[in-house]
Write a protein that binds this ligand. Structure first.
Ligand SMILES: C[S@@+](CC[C@H](N)C(=O)[O-])C[C@H]1O[C@@H](n2cnc3c(N)ncnc32)[C@H](O)[C@@H]1O
Length: 275
């Protein structure tokens, strides 16, 4: 999948681990629908990008979990002199991004096993992707590929994300429908234990409102996030949908049904080498 990725930064891409294949398949399937449902994701990415400094002239910039590439193109606009590369686990997403924005470099790969050489990148950006990974591992890998003095600017999710949907489903059945995320304090502790210097690590609630539960579930599917039951968990009968609607309605406001995301906005520095 490396087409034009400059050989001075890229390495051979290891095969996708079996436990990540399901994530990759779901996101690949969502490549053509993602952008229509990604209003909140756009808002979060725009806020995360405020962390990209304007006074740097990076040579190589990487967008991790670049999805359809809409955010990567914004990052490229921020650093017009840089070689900007988007990387995603889902081949369908990376191909979609390449078709839409052929002037940038795209590849597929796993954030936990970055296909890049050590100390090569100036800035690594990532919006709403690293929550699918083990944070320790992400920090090790990003630290490894960044040059000394390099920057990691990202958004990710914390505990409490989609708590309304989680609570509503708990009235319907006992299956897990919504991913769990670590608390802000736990993730901050993890960063503090890493080799990065923590510049900022802020938590902010972002909320999106839906007119109906049906629309919410449709958007989740369009985004590649599977929250409805699989065949073995009893599928989505009309009876279960009505139960879910009743349970969700307790959260209704005049704006509609809220779905909250607890978003962490982080800026980390890889320290310069001390002689
Ligand atoms: C919610 S989307 C965000 C896409 C884009 N950054 C945005 O803000 O619109 C999450 C993306 O992360 C990708 N992803 C999930 N786990 C990944 C991993 N381990 N390595 C690389 N990408 C991953 C998914 O395939 C998906 O495209």
């Amino acid at each position: 999948m490396h087409q034009r990725v400059t050989s001075s930064v890229a390495e051979a891409c290891p095969p996708v681990r079996a436990d990540k294949r399901r994530i990759a398949v779901n996101f690949s399937r969502a490549a053509s629908t993602y952008d229509y449902a990604a209003a909140l994701q756009d808002r979060v990415a725009a806020r995360a990008m405020l962390g990209l400094p304007s006074d740097r002239k990076p040579e190589f910039v990487l967008d991790l979990g670049s999805g359809t590439g809409r955010q990567t193109i914004q990052v490229a606009g921020h650093y017009p002199q840089a070689t900007v590369l988007g990387m995603d686990l889902a081949i369908g997403m990376a191909s979609h991004a390449r078709n839409c924005f052929p002037n940038l470099d795209w590849c597929s790969g796993d954030i936990e096993l970055l296909p890049f050489k050590d100390n090569r990148l100036d800035v690594v950006f990532s919006s709403l992707a690293i929550q699918w990974c083990t944070l320790n591992r992400v920090l090790e890998e990003v630290h490894r590929v960044l040059k000394p003095g390099g920057l990691f600017v990202f958004s990710t999710l914390a505990a409490g994300t989609m708590h309304e949907l989680k609570q509503a489903w708990s009235q319907v059945d006992r299956h897990v429908h919504v991913n769990g995320f670590d608390a802000h304090s736990t993730q901050k502790h993890c960063v503090q234990q890493s080799d990065f210097q923590l510049h900022s690590f802020k938590l902010q609630t972002e909320t999106i409102y839906y007119p109906t539960v049906m629309q919410l579930l449709r958007d989740m599917k369009a985004l590649g996030v599977n929250t409805v039951p699989s065949r073995q968990n009893g599928l989505m009968s009309r009876h279960r949908l009505l139960k879910l609607q009743d349970a969700y309605d307790v959260f209704r406001t005049e704006k509609g049904l809220p779905l909250s995301y607890e978003v962490i906005y982080g800026i980390l520095h890889k320290p310069l080498l001390i002689a």
